[in-house]
Design a protein around this ligand. Sequence first.
Ligand code: NAP
Length: 213
Amino acid sequence: MRIGILGSGLMGAKLGTIFARAGHDVTFSYARSEEKLKRLARKAGRKARAGTPREAARDADAVLLAVPWLRIDDVLAQAGDLSGKVVITCSMPMNDDDTELAVAHISSGPEELTKRIPGARVVAAFGTVPSEVLFPVYAARRKASRPSLAYCGDDRKAKNVAVKLIRDAGFDPVDAGPLRIARYIEPFAMLIAQLAYEGKGGPQLAYRFERFR
Ligand SMILES: NC(=O)c1ccc[n+]([C@@H]2O[C@H](COP(=O)([O-])OP(=O)(O)OC[C@H]3O[C@@H](n4cnc5c(N)ncnc54)[C@H](OP(=O)(O)O)[C@@H]3O)[C@@H](O)[C@H]2O)c1
């Protein structure tokens, strides 16, 4: 697949690198330094390159939106028309000082996103894990038991694209249902962040749902 990374920080840089190593064509975009994007692309291997948000989105089969909530309008404006595109977002709708969800209970980041990019096929995924665990999970992808990754969305085909990428990254995808379920997923992501950054074991934390019969 061709994947455009919109936001090449902690999440975008690592997920883009993992997708490139898993064999996808990746374009890193949207950082404050072009040199950083080029460096990331070099390190991610021959499947990766650096570009503008517009270049990253143009021919992409999927774009990963990985920017702070405050930067959403800016990156979307730079990306251009995303109608019809699969947009996978890990962006959390945090308030300005990054301490609380700015949108919650009666809406969610991904739902607000669909209002800003009508026609885009939005899937919420990857926001429930800290960036620090991404490389370790990818490294452990051949082990029998994989960590879960909850995702949600309203478009079946877009969700299938997300499932492929979630699997490629080493997780076991868990379909949480329609996009409005992001209202529950986001507070859960806050719990994971609390455990990862304030708990005792450190931030290399993933989770696993198990069913007992
Ligand atoms: N970090 C996590 O563990 C984690 C986990 C789950 C969900 N999330 C969510 O994922 C999203 C991304 O988080 P992150 O931690 O990856 O953020 P981040 O490290 O701050 O990365 C954001 C990216 O946006 C770029 N950017 C910011 N301001 C810009 C500007 N004015 N012009 C151009 N580029 C700009 C940054 O550029 P530079 O590279 O130059 O800084 C960086 O590449 C957030 O919504 C966050 O809530 C994060």
